[in-house]
Each structure stands twice: as structure tokens, then as C-alpha cells.
Unconditional design. Structure first.
Ligand code: NAD
Length: 315
């Protein structure tokens, strides 16, 4: 099997490249990435072939898709704040870029797994969020992800493209960047705590998140690629945990052996209050994947940040 991973030099993409290196039956892994938020160094130690380029380059996408057996489409402008700063750029990459990938898949009858997001639900009150709920994105990012999964489902219906649209929730783990202004909560907390700095909490910290360790996500993606899993509805990729940001800070303090010092600032525009997945569809499609518990995932994540900070400090 030859797997094309768009966004392959990013956090989730590079973890998937590493997991697929040595996966029985995988002959080649190709990572297409424009390095806008990813880093080619993330692919060190994997056997992935790196192609620097954009999903907006249609001839390039067509060539790479034609040479693959399955596509995992992760490339995106991946955050709410980026989409608030430049909504059109988010639309171009996340919606139009996805359309380019789907067009190439249509011409090749290619199986494609794609990353949508829990942000499509917006702030609808019902929890956990099951996939049949109405969608109400609060940000251009959420709207662009909804467009991407809607196109995927339409290509499945209209052209019989084998598609699997997965709604990722809060994924965390090694290789996740803490370095930019839009860092996700786990890397931001771990990085600050290891540097002995206070961690910044947006709002009162009682907002809840459904955290999924990246090792669990890549197992689902690899299994989906290997068995060519398809779905004619979106599928949540999270296991239904409900953890407040304040609780996360306490758990990280326990892993680190010292309580975190927190600093509260105003809540962010576009952030949802509660985010928890219904996971029945996921567990029915992937009965063999056991999610890594949060406490274990946090230990792996802290260990990776610790090693990275120490090696930077030793240069
Ligand atoms: P990431 O930023 O690390 O990865 C995205 C990758 O896409 C980056 O390497 C970036 O350089 C690349 N990219 C951006 N524009 C591109 C383009 N035009 N052409 C080619 N490559 C391009 O983010 P991630 O957390 O690994 O996210 C992967 C996917 O999962 C994204 O689609 C994101 O929207 C989705 N997602 C992630 C989370 C999460 O918690 N991490 C939650 C919901 C959805």
C-alpha cells in the first residue's frame, strides 16, 4: 500500500508517517506539505518521502494522488485564530484545497480519509455531540471544515468516491508545537510549566474538552487506510471524555510533580464552551483501537517536551 498524507509534516501527519514506517503492508509513505505550520524536521526518523508543495497546486496533487493507493488528507490552516485573522486564506486551503484533493481522488477512484473538526458543531448546547446534530460553526475555521466534509460526503454520493470524514476533537501529544501564538492548550501548558512560567487560561477554565492522544488518532487513521474504511456520514474521532481546562492543569501538575501556576485572561472569540464527542460510530468502525488514557498520554507528552527542551538547551 502507498499512502499519500497531505499535511504530512505537521503534528498529526508526522506522527502518522512515523507510525506507518514499518507498518506491515505499507510500501511507501509520501508526505505533501507546504511547511506553513509544519516542519520537515518532524519527519526525521521516518521513511516518508517528503514533497514540498501545496494542495492548491492541482497538477501536483493529481500526480501524487494517481501514484497512491489511499490518501489521508490532513493539510489545513489548522486553527480558529488563524481563520479570524484571515478567513479567505482559511477557506482557500481548507475548503478549496480539499476540493482539489477530492477531484484528484474522483479521477482515480481513490479512497480518502479527511480531517474535519469538532468546531463544526459550534456552541450547540447538547452534549455529548453526536454526528446527526445540526452544525453551527462559530468561526471561519469551523465553516471551512464543514464545507470540506460536505464536499467529501457529496463526492461519496455523487461520484462514489470512497470517503471517510473524521471530526477530530482536541488532539495532543509529541510534535505538537507550542511555539506559535495559536498553540493548543496541552503544548502551551506543558511548555510554560517546563520553563517554570505560569500557564495562561482563557476565561474561567471551566470550559471542557475531549482530549485524544495522537497515538490513538494515528492508530485509527492507519486502520482506516489499511481496511479502506468508508462512511456516508461524518464520524467523531474522540472517545467522549469531558475534562475542564482547570482539571487538565491539575493533572499536568501531578505528572510534573509540582502544581501549575495559572494566570486567567479573557475568553477567546470563537472558542466553544463544551466539547465532548459521542463515540458510538467510531467504536463501531474501529473496535480494535483502545484509546490511550489521558494520564498516560500526558506523561508521554511531557517526556517528549522535556527531551526536546533539553536537547535545544544543550546545542
Ligand atoms: P498542523 O498545523 O501541525 O498540520 C497541518 C499541516 O498542513 C501543516 O504541516 C501545514 O504546513 C500543512 N499545510 C497547510 N496548508 C497547506 C497547503 N496549502 N498545502 C500543503 N500543506 C499545507 O496541524 P494538526 O494539528 O496536525 O492538524 C491536522 C489536521 O487535523 C488539520 O486538518 C486540522 O484542521 C485537523 N484538526 C486537528 C485538531 C487538533 O486538535 N490538532 C483538531 C481538529 C481538527
Amino acid at each position: 500500500m502507498r499512502v499519500l498524507i497531505t499535511g504530512g509534516a505537521g503534528f498529526i501527519g508526522a506522527n502518522l508517517c512515523a507510525y506507518l514506517t514499518g507498518f506491515p503492508g505499507v510500501r511507501a509513505v509520501v508526505a505533501l506539505d507546504d511547511l506553513s505550520t509544519g516542519d520537515a524536521a518532524n519527519l526525521a526518523g521516518t521513511s516518508a518521502e517528503f514533497v514540498e508543495g501545496s494542495i492548491l497546486d492541482r497538477p501536483l496533487v493529481a500526480e501524487l494522488v494517481a501514484a497512491a493507493d489511499t490518501v489521508v488528507h490532513l493539510a489545513a490552516r489548522p486553527s480558529v485564530p488563524m481563520s479570524l485573522a484571515d478567513p479567505v486564506a482559511s477557506h482557500e486551503v481548507n475548503a478549496s484545497g480539499t476540493l482539489n484533493v477530492l477531484e484528484a481522488c474522483r479521477r482515480n477512484g481513490m479512497h480518502v480519509i479527511l480531517a474535519s473538526s469538532s468546531s463544526v458543531y459550534g456552541d450547540i448546547a447538547m452534549s455529548p455531540k453526536h454526528e446527526d446534530l445540526a452544525t453551527r460553526p462559530l468561526s471561519p475555521y469551523g465553516a471551512s471544515k464543514l464545507a470540506a466534509e460536505a464536499y467529501a460526503l457529496a463526492y461519496g454520493t455523487a461520484f462514489e468516491v470512497p470517503v471517510l470524514p473524521l471530526r477530530f476533537f482536541n488532539v495532543y501529544g509529541p510534535l505538537q508545537s507550542a511555539e506559535h501564538a495559536y498553540a493548543a492548550v496541552v503544548p502551551a501548558f506543558v511548555d510554560a510549566a517546563l520553563r517554570g512560567e505560569p500557564v495562561t487560561v482563557f476565561g474561567d477554565g471551566e470550559q471542557t474538552r475531549d482530549f485524544t492522544y495522537v497515538g490513538t488518532v494515528v492508530r485509527v487513521l492507519a486502520d482506516a487506510a489499511w481496511r479502506r474504511v468508508v462512511s456516508d456520514t461524518p464520524v467523531n474521532l474522540a472517545y467522549g471524555s469531558r475534562v475542564t481546562v482547570n482539571e487538565l492543569a491539575v493533572m499536568l501538575g501531578e505528572v510534573l510533580g509540582t502544581p501549575l501556576v495559572t494566570r486567567h485572561i479573557a475568553a477567546r472569540i470563537g472558542d466553544v464552551r463544551h466539547s465532548q464527542a459521542a463515540c458510538e460510530r467510531l467504536t463501531r468502525l474501529f473496535p480494535n483501537v483502545d484509546p490511550v488514557p489521558l494520564a498516560d498520554g500526558l506523561k508521554h507528552t511531557v517526556a517528549w517536551f522535556d527531551r526536546t527542551l533539553n536537547s535545544v538547551g544543550n546545542v
